[in-house]
Design a protein around this ligand. Structure first.
Ligand SMILES: Nc1ncnc2c1ncn2[C@@H]1O[C@H](COP(=O)(O)OP(=O)(O)OP(=O)(O)O)[C@@H](O)[C@H]1O
Ligand SMILES: [Mg+2]
Length: 272
């Protein structure tokens, strides 16, 4: 089998509810539907990425059997042994567990604690099995998120088109700036999510982002769509739940944009 040049993309924003898990799950699904081999990594104790593909009972079963990201990172294990197949072709997942709430504490006593996740991912990357590894991060800026950023090539920052959506984004960029010596990860772009045509916040969000010359904004943006929440209730990607719904088409377009970015056709993002 041809060895793939694996790219790792993480979804971070310390602002909660900005659409990280939703974007990670649906971009992952749409990339896989476009024929890319994808591994999703649930890096959040809220289990939202895991619950996007499996029901609660199954997610609890993963946790009980110890096949979770938390156990792998805690034991500095090779993540290859923690991969679960999702019901969809080309799409695998490493589930999370609520114990992830203790990960900062676990990392505290480890040597080179910023690089633990990167090392756990090393063999999977080198095996060339996947085109993309997508990591969902929690809404924090601690040692664990530093691990996620150090393991990544590209960063997507989902931002909600709302009055407070951009609040704290400057902190996020300052934080990324401080990591410049530690990681080569580049910001692929800010992804504007939950756009509501009836409100004017999208335009305002874009205008404010436009004032920062160094911030790249993804061409694709995601509208608010009730099918997103119903699909999450059914533990399915929105593209499976309702293929023709607006957000499903937008996530498909986002997947195309990410593939174009990877093949160098898009202008590249800013280094952190
Ligand atoms: N396009 C959309 N249309 C409608 N609802 C959405 C959309 N995107 C996200 N949501 C809803 O908004 C909420 C927050 O989304 P999500 O969980 O993806 O954000 P998050 O950044 O991962 O949150 P956290 O910071 O807690 O991890 C969820 O209830 C989700 O169902
Ligand atoms: Mg989330």
């Amino acid at each position: 089998m041809e060895k793939k040049n694996t790219k790792v993309i993480c979804f971070t924003n310390n602002k909660g509810g900005s659409g990280k898990s939703t974007s990670c799950a649906n971009l992952g699904y749409e990339l896989s539907a476009a024929g890319q081999k994808v591994l999703l990594v649930d890096g959040d104790m809220q289990l939202n990425l895991s619950l996007s593909f499996f029901d609660e009972e199954q997610v609890m079963e993963f946790a009980e059997s110890g096949r979770t990201l938390y156990e792998a990172v805690r034991g500095k294990k090779d993540l290859q042994d923690y991969v679960a197949a999702t019901p969809y072709p080309n799409l695998d997942l490493i589930p999370s567990s609520t114990l992830m709430s203790q990960i900062e504490y676990e990392l505290f006593s480890m040597m080179q604690r910023e690089l633990v996740l990167k090392k756990c991912l090393k063999n999977i990357r080198q095996s060339g099995t996947y085109d993309y590894i997508l990591i969902d991060a929690p809404p924090t800026l601690g040692a664990w998120v530093v691990n996620v950023l150090c393991a990544s090539d590209w960063i997507i920052i989902p931002v909600e088109a709302s009055p407070w959506g951009l609040f704290g984004l400057a902190n996020m960029f300052d934080f990324l700036g401080e990591l410049r010596d530690m990681t080569d990860a580049q910001v692929m772009g800010v992804l504007i999510t939950k756009v509501d045509e009836r409100k004017n916040y999208y335009r305002q969000t874009r205008e404010i982002l436009g004032e920062y010359e160094t911030i790249r904004v993804m061409d694709t943006f995601i509208h608010v769509d009730s099918a997103v929440e119903w699909s999450q209730d059914a533990s399915k990607p929105v593209g499976v739940y309702k293929k023709s719904t607006r957000s499903a088409l937008e996530f498909k377009r986002l997947a195309e944009e990410v593939i174009r970015y990877g093949s160098g056709q898009e202008e590249h993002g800013t280094g952190v």
